[in-house]
Design a protein around this ligand. Structure first.
Ligand code: ZN
Length: 409
């Protein structure tokens, strides 16, 4: 697009951040809004998500490296962060994102109308969704050619306003906000039906349109959509202080789909047997259609925990299913503390294998006087008795997101 529009494209960016006072920095440099959720099990909870929130903000407020604090005298429009923004011409970034946004809207429309090509249109709009997500992320990178920190700050500032606006309207209509994270909210009202949630969705969209007008003439309406209603959802506390954490929850939508965030199942370093275990637990819970049934099913899952412990002791898992993948963060010789990563990387080094920062190693926990774990490669050649207790602890830990529910009631 830059080529087509005749932009000069800098070979290297040379646009330092404008000076700010400490107060200004505190005001603007805040990122996305995230709440600490109210922990516990809830039923009949609705999730509402903004449609490509950050890209819409960029497009609607003309946020681009060349439009913020532009040199024109006549551009006096101010952004919520206090920066001026150009009203004479559209910036390159908003223009590019508007193109992607309109395409995504187009595919969503086609999806609604189409019978046999729904899946195709859905994949296209999802592809565009992620392209839009990373576009925003990339603009915050200091060497992004068309990036600019001030536009990044303004985007998240308006994002926070949007989220708080939604919260206020939902609350004024008797809904309770359980959680909010960047561009999603989880709300609840005891007897709310799907119709009530749909009505709220409509009201929100009308009010958003009136309140957030942007400055771009080619406005793309801010839209918030009902993502789904959870039969039940669990917001988990942090392991450290017991208070809710933004991105640790699991729940089941009315359409039987699960949504899981922040537990071992979603982590790339968790061993296979842990992931399978959590998946099995969730599959049992998935049968529950409300909080009461959920609590019933939860009891059943304790048997699963015991059966997995038995499997561990009987040696039913292969060594590959037990290996824990960990990322080495620095040169293995520079670790100050002895951890399982430094130890395993050290063992590999002795064997002439240098592990570089960023690489992953597979660790097998063994029962040994001197070491906690062995690299998978070495273990295969020289097996030792496994540290089953350690694996059992991993299993117990991965059951915590389920066990803890009872103490939250
Ligand atoms: Zn201007």
């Amino acid at each position: 697009m830059a080529f087509e529009e005749g932009y000069l494209i800098p070979f290297r960016k040379n646009l330092p951040e404008d000076p700010k006072t400490a107060d200004q920095l505190i005001d603007v440099d805040r990122g996305g809004l995230s709440f600490r959720p109210i922990t516990g099990v809830f039923e009949n909870v609705a999730e509402l998500d903004f449609f490509s929130m950050y890209p819409s903000i960029i497009a609607n407020y003309n946020l681009s490296y060349e439009t913020i604090n532009c040199p024109h005298r006549e551009c006096t429009a101010k952004l919520p962060t206090g920066y001026r923004v150009c009203t004479k011409r559209e910036g390159i970034v908003p223009k590019a994102l508007r193109f992607l946004l309109n395409r995504r809207i187009h595919y969503k429309e086609l999806m609604k109308r189409s019978q046999n090509r729904r899946e195709i249109f859905d994949r296209r709009q999802k592809g565009l969704k992620w392209l839009l997500v990373v576009s925003f992320g990339y603009l915050g990178y200091k060497n992004a050619v068309f990036g600019r920190i001030e536009s990044h700050e303004t985007t998240t500032a308006i994002g926070r306003q949007l989220l708080l606006f939604v919260k206020e309207i939902a609350e004024s209509r008797g809904f309770r906000l359980l959680h909010a994270l960047t561009d999603s909210v989880w709300i609840y009202r005891k007897d709310a039906t799907e119709k009530d949630y749909r009505e709220l969705e409509t009201v929100l969209n009308e009010k958003l349109k009136r309140r957030f007008k942007g400055i771009n003439k080619n406005l793309i309406d801010f839209r918030i959509n009902l993502e789904g209603i959870f039969d039940w959802i669990v917001f988990l506390p942090s392991k450290e202080d017991g208070i809710g954490v933004p991105n640790r929850f699991y729940g089941k939508f009315r359409n039987r789909e699960l949504k899981v965030r922040g537990i071992e199942l979603r982590r790339s370093d968790s061993p296979y047997f842990i992931k399978v275990f959590q998946e099995e637990v969730l599959n049992v819970l998935k049968k529950a259609n409300n909080k009461e049934e959920f609590l019933d099913k939860l009891k059943e899952t304790e048997e699963l925990l015991n059966s997995y412990k038995d499997k561990l002791r009987n040696g039913d898992f292969s060594i590959f299913q037990l290996s824990v993948k960990k990322r080495v963060s620095k040169d293995p010789t520079t670790y100050q503390k002895r951890t399982d990563i430094s130890e395993t990387a050290g063992t590999l080094l002795k064997e002439g294998i240098k592990v570089n920062p960023g690489e992953r190693i597979n660790i097998i926990y063994v029962k040994d006087k001197y070491i906690k774990g062995l690299p998978l490669e070495i273990y295969i050649k020289h097996p030792k008795p496994l540290d089953i207790n350690r694996y059992e602890r991993l299993l117990e830990d991965s059951y915590l997101p389920f066990r803890i529910v009872r103490s939250m009631l």
